[in-house]
Design a protein around this ligand. Structure first.
Ligand code: SF4
Length: 208
C-alpha cells in the first residue's frame, strides 16, 4: 500500500548506484500473463525503463510456479497473509489448489528481493500473486464478484519481510518517485493514489 513518506525519503540514486526496484514482470512488457500476454501498457511504470539510475528487476511469480499460459487464480477465504498462514487457499478457475505453488513462488520472489537488496517493489494490483492493495475476494468470475482490501501471496511475503510495495495505480506515489530519480520531473499535483480514487472510496465506503 502507498507510503508516500517512504518514497519521499528514498535516496537520490545515480547511474553508478541505481535505485533497486523489483517489478511485476508484466508491468514492463514481459508476456507472462495468464494467456501469454503482458496485459497492455503501464505507462506509469514503463517510463522507469528510461532511467539509468534505476535498476528494474522483473519477476513473474506465477510463471515461475505454473508456467505461461496458465489458468487464472484467486484467493478464497482470506488474503495473501492468510494463504501464507495456511488459513486461505489459492484456487484456479477450474478449482485446482495452487496454494503450495504460490507460496513457493512468493519465497522465490522474496529471495530475489533479498539478494538484490531492493529498495522498493512496484507490483500489479488485483492479482492473487502480485496484488498489494486490492485483490478479489474469491472467484473473480463469480456473478457477485467482490473485491477486498488486501495483498496477494507475494505481496504479503514481501511486506512481511519489511519491503515496501506500491502498485502501478499509486500515481501520486509514482510521481514522488519520479521526482526523486529525475531532477527535471514536474510533479503532477493532481495525481492520486488508488485509495484516493473515487471508485475505491465509494466501493470500500471510505471517508475522504
Ligand atoms: S501480475 Fe504478477 S503473477 Fe500476474 S502476470 Fe504479472 S507478474 Fe505475473
Amino acid at each position: 500500500m502507498p507510503d508516500q513518506d517512504y518514497i519521499r525519503n528514498l535516496r537520490i540514486p545515480t547511474s553508478d548506484d541505481p535505485l533497486r526496484v523489483l517489478v511485476s514482470a508484466c508491468l514492463v512488457g514481459v508476456k507472462c500473463g495468464v494467456d501469454g500476454d503482458d496485459y497492455g501498457e503501464y505507462a506509469s511504470v514503463l517510463k522507469l525503463l528510461n532511467y539509468d539510475n534505476v535498476k528494474l528487476i522483473p519477476f513473474c511469480p506465477e510463471d515461475f510456479s505454473f508456467g505461461t499460459p496458465r489458468e487464472m487464480c484467486d484467493i478464497h477465504g482470506g488474503d495473501g497473509f492468510d494463504v501464507l498462514a495456511g488459513k486461505a487457499r489459492v484456487l484456479t478457475a477450474s478449482g485446482a489448489d495452487w496454494s503450495a505453488g504460490m507460496i513457493r513462488a512468493s519465497e522465490k520472489m522474496l529471495k530475489i528481493a533479498q539478494e538484490n537488496a531492493i529498495e522498493l517493489a512496484i507490483m500489479m494490483d488485483v492479482s492473487a500473486a502480485c496484488g498489494n492493495h486490492v485483490i478479489y475476494d474469491g472467484n473473480r468470475y463469480a456473478e457477485n464478484k467482490k473485491y477486498q482490501i488486501g495483498m496477494g501471496v507475494c505481496g504479503a511475503q514481501l511486506s512481511r519481510a519489511g519491503f515496501k510495495i506500491i502498485s502501478w495505480r499509486e500515481y501520486a506515489s509514482l510521481q514522488i518517485l519520479y521526482s526523486r530519480i529525475d531532477p527535471d520531473h514536474i510533479l503532477d499535483e493532481a495525481a492520486q493514489d488508488f485509495d484516493q480514487h473515487e471508485w475505491y472510496i465509494s466501493y470500500f465506503n471510505k471517508k475522504i
